[in-house]
Design a binder for this molecule. Structure first.
Ligand SMILES: [Ca+2]
Length: 594
């Protein structure tokens, strides 16, 4: 069947054109073959966005005449000043006056878009005196629409040259839609052409098919998809989807036809401007009602948003936005944030990595959660095993003991803090079995020695104390010599002994006990401790040379009034090295230490 829409007809015949357009509107299958259904289809089901089972499906707002009742702007109309105009009617020549002061003799622009009643045709007219000038008509739709056809019903002579333009940016810029002219090349600089090529489907064509005689009255209708090869596969053709969409339509009547007749007969007169189309909602809305400011806005479903449902609603960014098609609703999908976030964003790389399944990334995870899906607890918190990950209080603070643990971060699943040596429990707040509390923030628990040999103090005076400085002789004779940092004192344990926790920093001599670097215990007889010989203060460093006391089971490092205890100073290193050399010369030293 031929579907040439760029045609003209005699006035008597336009009824059949209207019927044609009605057919176009009401019977979508009529044009399915042409691929027009996506733009023109209208049935009870297409505006429903969910099927009877509540599943999403493509939905489209009603198809209708977008121009009906709309305000058109015309560059000029007749009546100011009053002007005579004439036309041939069945009775013969008839002349009247267009006068804007007399309602019965006005031909205002609103007559272009009033209810078209064939028994009482109302016409807009341009001034006959200005028929040599271009006349411009503009229809602003207020949002993006998918346009199917644009048609003009003439009351007077049809134009020889006419151009239709569309805008996609509310009239800021215009693109040609279609040209009509008896001389396409001369007037519009375009070849006479009826069909677009597949490579250039968004090309505006020019035709002279509207110039079938008689040139009075008749309709010029432009179908946006007529002669466009991809119209058969409209849903897949982004070029044609863009081609049919418009926010504004502009018609420029460039040149009137009618040869060299008198001026009174030459004027533009149009009874009806119709623009068939539907609100562009990308298949995600079945309605497009006017918003508060009067402009139409899509009633977006499928978790979409925007004037044209051209984006996903906040938090529905797990998949990229897509228009709905006949076979797939392509609804937007919510991100999975385990109820801990209110926002998410889409990440294409993650989406591709997931095999096109999920690309959402949660933003601002709350309730101490973290991760792409807010699916684990953030640092310093652990998951309560008795609660679901969606629970508000699923993440509990580690509360690691500041002295007992090596850090503030605990195991995500068990909540176990990293305990120092000899420290136990989840929060590292207790000394383990076999360890004792030192009250030191650095080494809170140390191994309990099994036994320490008891030495009976001689008397209660401090007569045993002598001032002991750095002496080469003593250094050489002692069992051990080392540089230590005193970490803490514990006066409460081990009866006659005061236990000192030190950090052994340097060992200067081989010893009868295996001196380890790091934390060690020293033992001071309580009597010597009371007499402050030696005097050891936590936080200070000392050079200590002393003896080893053994029991059957264990050797302990004892520091008493006979030990050499010297406060460490910066020159000590050199002095000690000198003393070490001296020791090597002493027989005694060799006998004992090597
Ligand atoms: Ca009218």
């Amino acid at each position: 069947m031929r579907t040439q829409l760029s045609l003209t007809m005699e006035p008597q015949c336009f009824v059949s054109v209207l019927n044609f357009i009605l057919l176009f509107i009401l019977v979508p299958n009529f044009y399915d073959r042409q691929g027009f259904s996506a733009v023109t289809a209208s049935s009870a089901r297409t505006n429903s966005c969910y099927d009877e089972y509540g599943r999403p499906q493509r939905c489209l707002p009603e198809f209708h005449n977008l121009a009906y009742g709309m305000r058109i702007s015309a560059s000029h109309s007749c009546g100011k000043p009053p002007r005579k105009f004439c036309k041939w009617e069945l009775r013969g020549l008839s002349c009247q006056v267009c006068d804007s002061r007399l309602p019965s003799q006005t031909y205002p622009v609103k007559y272009l878009t009033d209810l078209h009643n064939q028994n009482n045709v109302t016409c807009w007219q341009a001034d006959p005196k200005q028929s040599r000038e271009n006349v411009t008509l503009i229809l602003s739709l207020g949002k993006t629409y998918d346009i199917t056809y644009i048609s003009l019903q003439f009351c007077g002579p049809r134009p020889d040259s006419m151009a239709i333009y569309k805008s996609l940016d509310f009239g800021k810029s215009w693109r040609p839609y279609q040209f009509y002219s008896s001389s396409c090349g001369r007037v519009y600089g375009r070849p006479k052409k009826a069909f677009a090529s597949r490579e250039n489907e968004q090309e505006a064509l020019c035709t002279d098919a509207h110039l079938i005689k008689p040139l009075q009255g008749g309709r010029i209708a432009f179908s946006t998809l007529e002669g466009r090869p991809s119209a058969n596969d409209f849903e897949a053709s982004f070029v044609l989807q863009e081609w049919v969409s418009a926010t504004d339509i502009k018609i420029i009547l460039n040149r009137i036809s009618g040869g060299s007749k008198k001026q009174d007969y030459k004027y533009y007169a149009v009874s009806d401007l119709a623009v068939g189309g539907r609100c562009r909602c990308n298949g995600h809305a079945g309605r497009c009602p006017p918003s508060r400011d009067g402009k139409p806005v899509c009633e977006c479903k499928h978790h979409t948003a925007g004037n044209n449902c051209e984006q996903c609603k906040a938090f529905f960014n797990d998949r990229p936005w897509r228009p709905a098609t006949e076979t797939s609703p392509n609804e937007c999908v919510a991100c999975n944030c385990n109820l801990h976030a209110k926002a998410c964003m889409f990440n294409m790389e993650l989406f591709k990595l997931s095999g096109g399944n999920s690309g959402g990334v949660c933003i601002h995870c709350r309730h101490n959660t973290a991760g792409r899906f807010c699916h684990y607890c953030k640092e310093g918190f652990y998951k309560d095993p008795s609660k679901d990950i969606t629970h508000r209080r699923v993440c509990r603070p580690c509360n690691c003991h500041p002295h007992g643990s090596m850090g503030k971060v605990c195991d995500q699943n068990t909540g176990q803090c990293p305990c120092k040596e000899g420290v136990t429990r989840r929060q590292c707040d207790k000394c383990d079995t076999g360890y004792e509390n030192t009250k030191s923030p650095i080494v809170p628990c140390i191994k309990t020695p099994n036994t320490v040999m008891s030495i009976q103090p001689k008397d209660s005076t401090c007569s045993q104390c002598k001032k002991v400085g750095l002496s080469g002789k003593k250094f050489c004779r002692k069992d051990f010599a080392m540089k230590v940092a005193v970490l803490g004192l514990d006066r409460s344990v081990q009866g006659d002994w005061v236990r000192v926790t030190v950090n052994v920093m340097t060992r200067y001599k081989r010893s009868l006990v295996r001196l380890r670097l790091g934390n060690e215990f020293l033992w001071i007889p309580r009597r010597d401790y009371k007499c402050k010989c030696p005097k050891l203060r936590p936080g200070r460093q000392y050079l200590i040379a002393g003896s080893i006391r053994s029991t059957r089971r264990k050797k302990s490092i004892v520091v008493d009034h006979r030990s050499m205890v010297v406060s460490w100073n910066k020159n000590m290193d050199i002095k000690v090295e000198k003393i070490k050399k001296k020791c090597q010369n002493e027989k005694d030293f060799e006998h004992r230490y090597n």
